[in-house]
Design a protein around this ligand. Structure first.
Ligand code: MLT
Length: 202
Protein backbone atom coordinates (compact mmCIF):
# COMPACT_ATOMS: atom_id res chain seq x y z
CA UNK A 1 0.00 0.00 0.00
CA UNK A 2 1.14 3.57 -0.61
CA UNK A 3 2.11 5.75 2.36
CA UNK A 4 -0.99 8.01 2.39
CA UNK A 5 -4.66 7.11 2.39
CA UNK A 6 -5.72 8.51 -0.96
CA UNK A 7 -8.08 8.40 -3.89
CA UNK A 8 -6.86 7.88 -7.40
CA UNK A 9 -8.82 8.42 -10.59
CA UNK A 10 -6.97 7.33 -13.74
CA UNK A 11 -6.70 9.68 -16.70
CA UNK A 12 -9.41 9.50 -19.34
CA UNK A 13 -7.44 11.62 -21.79
CA UNK A 14 -3.80 11.42 -22.90
CA UNK A 15 -1.45 14.35 -22.51
CA UNK A 16 -3.26 16.08 -19.64
CA UNK A 17 -1.06 16.66 -16.56
CA UNK A 18 -2.18 14.71 -13.47
CA UNK A 19 -3.54 16.76 -10.58
CA UNK A 20 -2.43 16.37 -6.98
CA UNK A 21 -5.48 17.46 -4.97
CA UNK A 22 -4.80 18.80 -1.46
CA UNK A 23 -7.78 19.46 0.81
CA UNK A 24 -8.23 22.05 3.54
CA UNK A 25 -8.36 21.50 7.31
CA UNK A 26 -11.07 19.00 8.23
CA UNK A 27 -11.36 17.70 4.68
CA UNK A 28 -10.31 14.38 3.26
CA UNK A 29 -9.27 12.64 0.03
CA UNK A 30 -12.81 12.89 -1.37
CA UNK A 31 -13.27 16.66 -1.05
CA UNK A 32 -11.64 17.97 -4.19
CA UNK A 33 -12.21 15.06 -6.58
CA UNK A 34 -15.27 16.57 -8.26
CA UNK A 35 -13.57 19.99 -8.38
CA UNK A 36 -10.57 18.32 -10.06
CA UNK A 37 -12.85 16.78 -12.66
CA UNK A 38 -14.39 20.20 -13.38
CA UNK A 39 -11.15 22.18 -13.77
CA UNK A 40 -9.18 19.47 -15.63
CA UNK A 41 -11.56 17.12 -17.45
CA UNK A 42 -9.90 13.80 -18.24
CA UNK A 43 -6.84 14.35 -16.02
CA UNK A 44 -5.60 11.68 -13.62
CA UNK A 45 -6.47 12.73 -10.06
CA UNK A 46 -4.31 11.85 -7.07
CA UNK A 47 -5.85 12.94 -3.78
CA UNK A 48 -4.14 12.10 -0.47
CA UNK A 49 -5.59 12.63 3.00
CA UNK A 50 -3.47 14.77 5.33
CA UNK A 51 -1.89 12.73 8.13
CA UNK A 52 -1.92 15.32 10.89
CA UNK A 53 -5.04 15.36 13.07
CA UNK A 54 -6.18 18.53 14.83
CA UNK A 55 -9.11 17.68 17.08
CA UNK A 56 -9.93 14.86 14.68
CA UNK A 57 -9.61 17.09 11.58
CA UNK A 58 -7.10 15.97 8.95
CA UNK A 59 -4.42 18.49 7.86
CA UNK A 60 -1.11 18.36 6.05
CA UNK A 61 1.08 19.84 8.85
CA UNK A 62 0.85 20.97 12.47
CA UNK A 63 0.04 24.52 13.49
CA UNK A 64 0.39 26.21 16.85
CA UNK A 65 -2.78 28.19 16.17
CA UNK A 66 -4.61 29.55 13.15
CA UNK A 67 -2.05 31.11 10.84
CA UNK A 68 0.95 30.20 13.06
CA UNK A 69 2.72 27.12 11.78
CA UNK A 70 5.12 24.55 13.22
CA UNK A 71 7.74 25.16 10.55
CA UNK A 72 9.81 22.07 11.39
CA UNK A 73 6.68 20.02 10.84
CA UNK A 74 5.96 21.91 7.58
CA UNK A 75 9.39 20.88 6.25
CA UNK A 76 9.10 17.28 7.44
CA UNK A 77 5.56 16.86 6.09
CA UNK A 78 6.50 18.38 2.73
CA UNK A 79 9.33 15.82 2.47
CA UNK A 80 6.94 13.03 3.46
CA UNK A 81 4.39 14.14 0.85
CA UNK A 82 7.15 14.30 -1.78
CA UNK A 83 7.88 10.65 -0.95
CA UNK A 84 4.24 9.74 -1.48
CA UNK A 85 4.17 11.55 -4.83
CA UNK A 86 7.22 9.57 -5.98
CA UNK A 87 5.57 6.29 -4.86
CA UNK A 88 2.30 7.13 -6.59
CA UNK A 89 4.04 8.20 -9.81
CA UNK A 90 5.80 4.83 -9.93
CA UNK A 91 2.70 2.82 -8.95
CA UNK A 92 0.34 4.55 -11.38
CA UNK A 93 2.80 5.55 -14.11
CA UNK A 94 2.24 9.29 -13.75
CA UNK A 95 4.07 12.38 -14.97
CA UNK A 96 4.93 15.05 -12.40
CA UNK A 97 1.60 16.41 -11.10
CA UNK A 98 0.24 19.93 -10.91
CA UNK A 99 -0.88 20.55 -7.33
CA UNK A 100 -4.33 22.02 -6.72
CA UNK A 101 -4.61 22.95 -3.07
CA UNK A 102 -7.15 24.77 -0.95
CA UNK A 103 -6.30 26.52 2.33
CA UNK A 104 -4.12 24.14 4.38
CA UNK A 105 -3.68 22.06 1.21
CA UNK A 106 -2.54 25.15 -0.69
CA UNK A 107 -0.09 25.89 2.11
CA UNK A 108 1.54 22.45 1.92
CA UNK A 109 1.65 22.80 -1.88
CA UNK A 110 3.48 26.13 -1.45
CA UNK A 111 5.86 24.39 0.99
CA UNK A 112 6.44 21.63 -1.57
CA UNK A 113 7.29 24.20 -4.25
CA UNK A 114 9.73 26.01 -1.97
CA UNK A 115 11.41 23.00 -0.32
CA UNK A 116 11.04 20.24 -2.95
CA UNK A 117 11.16 22.29 -6.17
CA UNK A 118 11.50 19.29 -8.50
CA UNK A 119 8.37 17.47 -7.36
CA UNK A 120 5.53 19.52 -8.86
CA UNK A 121 5.04 20.51 -12.51
CA UNK A 122 3.11 23.56 -11.32
CA UNK A 123 0.43 24.55 -8.85
CA UNK A 124 -2.91 26.23 -8.27
CA UNK A 125 -2.83 27.67 -4.75
CA UNK A 126 -6.26 28.70 -3.51
CA UNK A 127 -6.18 30.93 -0.38
CA UNK A 128 -2.55 30.08 0.36
CA UNK A 129 -0.35 31.86 2.89
CA UNK A 130 3.38 31.87 3.67
CA UNK A 131 4.26 28.35 4.91
CA UNK A 132 7.86 29.17 5.88
CA UNK A 133 9.01 32.63 6.98
CA UNK A 134 12.45 32.07 5.44
CA UNK A 135 12.30 29.39 2.76
CA UNK A 136 15.49 27.80 1.45
CA UNK A 137 16.70 29.04 -1.94
CA UNK A 138 14.74 27.07 -4.56
CA UNK A 139 14.94 26.97 -8.35
CA UNK A 140 11.41 27.10 -9.76
CA UNK A 141 12.51 28.60 -13.08
CA UNK A 142 9.58 28.62 -15.48
CA UNK A 143 7.30 26.61 -13.17
CA UNK A 144 3.74 27.91 -13.62
CA UNK A 145 1.89 28.82 -10.44
CA UNK A 146 -1.57 30.40 -10.05
CA UNK A 147 -2.17 31.99 -6.65
CA UNK A 148 -5.81 32.82 -5.96
CA UNK A 149 -6.41 35.04 -2.94
CA UNK A 150 -9.61 36.44 -1.43
CA UNK A 151 -9.76 40.21 -0.90
CA UNK A 152 -11.93 39.63 2.19
CA UNK A 153 -10.18 36.51 3.49
CA UNK A 154 -10.22 36.71 7.31
CA UNK A 155 -7.49 34.02 7.59
CA UNK A 156 -4.99 35.25 4.98
CA UNK A 157 -4.13 38.98 5.16
CA UNK A 158 -3.34 40.61 1.81
CA UNK A 159 0.19 41.35 2.99
CA UNK A 160 0.78 37.64 3.71
CA UNK A 161 -0.39 36.50 0.27
CA UNK A 162 1.80 39.20 -1.31
CA UNK A 163 4.78 37.90 0.68
CA UNK A 164 4.16 34.34 -0.60
CA UNK A 165 3.92 35.73 -4.15
CA UNK A 166 7.31 37.41 -3.60
CA UNK A 167 8.89 34.16 -2.36
CA UNK A 168 7.65 32.27 -5.42
CA UNK A 169 8.77 34.98 -7.85
CA UNK A 170 12.18 35.17 -6.17
CA UNK A 171 12.54 31.42 -6.79
CA UNK A 172 11.81 32.05 -10.48
CA UNK A 173 8.26 30.72 -10.74
CA UNK A 174 6.04 32.04 -13.53
CA UNK A 175 3.46 33.34 -11.08
CA UNK A 176 0.01 34.71 -11.77
CA UNK A 177 -1.45 36.19 -8.55
CA UNK A 178 -5.12 37.13 -8.64
CA UNK A 179 -7.08 38.62 -5.76
CA UNK A 180 -10.78 37.87 -6.07
CA UNK A 181 -13.77 39.57 -4.41
CA UNK A 182 -14.16 36.59 -2.07
CA UNK A 183 -13.45 35.45 1.46
CA UNK A 184 -11.60 32.27 2.48
CA UNK A 185 -14.17 30.11 0.70
CA UNK A 186 -13.97 29.37 -3.00
CA UNK A 187 -16.06 31.21 -5.58
CA UNK A 188 -17.06 30.43 -9.15
CA UNK A 189 -14.24 32.72 -10.31
CA UNK A 190 -11.70 30.41 -8.64
CA UNK A 191 -12.92 27.46 -10.70
CA UNK A 192 -12.95 29.41 -13.96
CA UNK A 193 -9.46 30.82 -13.43
CA UNK A 194 -8.09 27.42 -12.37
CA UNK A 195 -9.63 25.72 -15.40
CA UNK A 196 -8.24 28.34 -17.80
CA UNK A 197 -4.80 28.08 -16.18
CA UNK A 198 -4.77 24.27 -16.44
CA UNK A 199 -5.88 24.40 -20.08
CA UNK A 200 -3.04 26.68 -21.13
CA UNK A 201 0.06 24.92 -22.49
CA UNK A 202 2.82 24.44 -19.92
C1 MLT B 1 -3.48 26.56 7.85
O1 MLT B 1 -3.51 26.18 9.01
O2 MLT B 1 -2.87 25.96 6.95
C2 MLT B 1 -4.22 27.82 7.55
O3 MLT B 1 -4.57 28.45 8.73
C3 MLT B 1 -5.40 27.53 6.69
C4 MLT B 1 -6.36 26.62 7.38
O4 MLT B 1 -6.18 25.42 7.29
O5 MLT B 1 -7.31 27.11 8.01
Amino acid sequence: ALSFVHRYEPAREAGVAPLLLLHGTGGDENDLVSLGGMIAPGAALLSPRGKVLEGGMPRFFRRLREGVFDEDDVRARAAELAGFIAEARAAYGLAAPVAVGFSNGANIAAALLLTQPDVLAGAVLMRAMVPLAVPPPADLAGRRVLLLSGAMDPIVPEENAARLAGQLRTAGAALDHRTLPAGHGLSQADLTLARDFLRAPA
